[in-house]
Design a binder for this molecule. Structure first.
Ligand SMILES: [Zn+2]
Length: 462
C-alpha cells in the first residue's frame, strides 16, 4: 500500500500535516517527518473527509450522458424538442430525458410521432416514473401485445405509448447493450470530491448488479459503493456494501397499507432496514402509519421526503428515520414547483432546517441524474433555496453551508448520523480544497476541489 504526506492542510481550522498509510490516516501533526514518502503540499487548503452522495443512480447517470435533453433549460417548446430529436447523434434508438409537460403537454405515441417519426424514440419523464414511446419504438418493443401492467392503455385497450414504472420490463425489450460503462461517471464524481456513493436504484437485476460490482472491482468507479437495490436475501460481493432495502411508493399508484406493511416486515425480518421512496404527502402518511405498526429499525430511511407536512415532523423524529433529501431540486426545478405545486404544499417542499432543528436525522444527496450531481451545487441550493427565476422557496428551510456540507460527510451506513472527521485511524477518504474551508463555504463550487483521495490513493488531481 502507498503512503502520502499531505503538508500544511487546514483541518478543522488548524494548519497541520497529515500522513496517510495503508489506506488509513496514520497521524496528524506539525512538521511530520516521513522520509521517502511522496508529499502533497496543500498550501493551507482545507482537508475534509471525502463527500458521500447518499442517493443517486449510477447506470442512469451514465445513460443520461448519451441522451437528448427534452426539458428546460435546453428545450422549452414542442418545436425545440423536435429539433433536439432530429439532431440526436447516431442512427438507432433515441433516448430522451428530462421531459416535463410545460414543453408539449402530456406526451403519447401520437403526439411524439408529430415531433419525430423516423427513428425509434423513447422519452423519460423528468420524474423518472414514466417513458413515452413513439409508434416505431412501440412497434419494436411489442407494446400492443405486452402483458406488463405498466403499459398504459386507452378505453379501447390500445397502448397510449406511456409506460409507468416498468423500466426493467422496457429494458428487457430494448436491444441488449449491457449496463453502460461507468468510467466517465466515476471520474466525474471524483472531480466533485465524492469518495462514497449510495446507488438508490430499486430492484437491481442480476445484470445491473454484476455491472455495478464490476465497476467497483475494476476501479471504473473508485468510490465506495453502497447499494439499496440488492434483492432481499441476496449476499453480495464484498467489493460493495448492501444498504437498506429500497421500496418505491409510486405516487401514481399508492399501495394499500397492508401490502406496504408486508414488504417492510419482510425486509426487517431479514435484517435489512428499508429505504422508502416518498415524494407525496399521501405516500409519507401511509409510510408513517406502516412504520408505526411495524416499528422502525436503525437504518430505516425516507428517500426524498419531497413533501413533509409540519405535523409529521415529530413523528419522523420519534421513529428515528433518516430523511435523505435533495434541495438541489429547488435550484433545478423551483420555477416549475411554483407553477405546479399547490400553495399550501410549498412550505413543506424539500424541508431541511425544520427537520434538522427538530432533531430529525437528515442527509443530503443528488438523486442524479434526476437532480444536479454536483454536491457543491446541492450545498449552494440548500443555502440559498433559490429557484432558477430567483424566487426563494422555503426561506425558513435554508441551511448554513457548513451544516449542509456536513450532511454529505456522514457514513454511507449512517447517512443521518455524525459527520466523519479527519482523524488518525479513519479511512484515508479525503478531499483537499484549493482554499481554507471558510472560503469554500462562502461560495460552494466544485472548482475548489483540488484533489480527491480514496483509501489513501489519489483518484483525482486538478
Ligand atoms: Zn432516486
Amino acid at each position: 500500500m502507498t503512503s502520502l504526506l499531505i503538508r500544511d492542510a487546514e483541518v478543522r481550522g488548524v494548519r497541520t500535516d497529515v500522513l496517510l498509510r495503508d489506506g488509513l490516516i496514520a497521524c496528524l501533526g506539525t512538521h511530520l517527518d516521513a522520509p521517502g514518502v511522496p508529499v502533497l503540499d496543500a498550501g493551507g487548503g482545507a482537508l475534509l473527509p471525502g463527500l458521500h452522495d447518499h442517493h443517486l443512480h449510477l447506470h442512469a447517470l451514465a445513460a443520461d450522458t448519451n441522451s437528448v435533453r427534452c426539458g428546460p433549460p435546453q428545450v422549452r417548446t414542442a418545436a425545440e424538442l423536435a429539433d433536439a430529436l432530429a439532431a440526436a447523434p447516431g442512427d438507432g434508438w433515441i433516448r430522451g430525458v428530462g421531459y416535463v409537460e410545460t414543453v408539449a403537454g402530456m406526451l403519447d405515441s401520437a403526439m411524439l410521432d408529430t415531433l419525430h417519426r423516423e427513428r425509434p424514440v423513447r422519452i423519460q419523464h423528468r420524474s423518472g416514473a414514466m417513458w413515452t414511446l413513439n409508434s416505431v419504438a412501440a412497434r419494436l418493443v411489442g407494446l400492443d401485445s405486452a402483458a406488463e401492467p405498466g403499459v398504459e392503455r386507452d378505453g379501447d385497450g390500445r397502448p397510449t405509448g406511456r409506460i409507468w414504472r416498468a423500466d426493467t420490463w422496457l429494458r428487457s425489450r430494448l436491444p441488449d447493450t449491457g449496463p453502460p460503462d461507468l468510467t466517465a461517471v466515476g471520474r466525474q464524481l471524483s472531480r466533485y470530491g465524492i469518495t462514497g456513493i449510495t446507488d438508490a436504484t430499486p430492484d437491481l437485476t442480476p445484470l445491473s448488479l454484476a455491472g455495478l460490482i464490476d465497476a467497483a472491482t475494476s476501479g471504473a468507479v473508485p468510490q465506495r459503493l453502497n447499494l439499496l437495490g440488492v434483492p432481499l436475501g441476496h449476499t453480495c460481493d464484498p467489493a460493495v456494501t448492501v444498504g437498506p432495502y429500497k421500496i418505491v411508493i409510486a405516487d401514481s399508484d399508492l399501495p394499500d397499507i397492508d401490502t406496504l406493511e408486508a414488504a417492510v416486515r419482510r425486509a426487517h425480518d431479514l435484517g435489512r432496514p428499508v429505504a422508502v421512496h416518498c415524494v407525496s404527502r399521501e405516500a409519507l402518511l401511509i409510510l408513517l402509519a406502516v412504520l408505526d405498526a411495524t416499528g422502525a429499525v436503525a437504518g430505516d430511511r425516507i428517500e426524498h421526503g419531497a413533501l413533509i407536512p409540519a405535523e409529521s415532523i415529530e413523528v419522523v423524529r420519534r421513529l428515528g428515520i433518516t430523511v435523505v433529501t435533495q434541495p438541489g431540486f429547488i435550484a433545478d426545478r423551483g420555477d416549475d414547483y411554483l407553477r405546479r405545486v399547490e400553495g399550501r404544499d410549498l412550505p413543506d417542499l424539500y424541508r431541511c432546517r425544520s427537520l434538522s432543528e427538530a432533531g430529525v436525522r437528515l442527509a443530503l444527496s443528488s438523486d442524479a441524474p434526476y437532480g444536479p450531481a454536483d454536491p457543491w451545487q446541492v450545498v449552494a441550493a440548500a443555502v440559498a433555496r433559490r429557484a432558477p427565476g430567483g424566487t426563494v422557496l422555503g426561506a425558513d428551510e435554508t441551511l448554513r453551508a457548513p451544516v449542509a456540507l456536513e450532511r454529505y460527510l456522514t457514513p454511507l451506513s449512517d447517512p443521518g448520523g455524525r459527520p466523519r472527521t479527519v482523524a488518525a485511524g479513519a479511512p484515508a477518504d479525503l478531499v483537499l480544497l484549493e482554499h481554507p474551508a471558510a472560503q469554500a463555504y462562502s461560495m460552494p463550487d466544485s472548482a475548489a476541489v483540488r484533489s480527491t483521495i480514496i483509501g489513501g490513493r489519489v483518484v483525482y488531481e486538478q
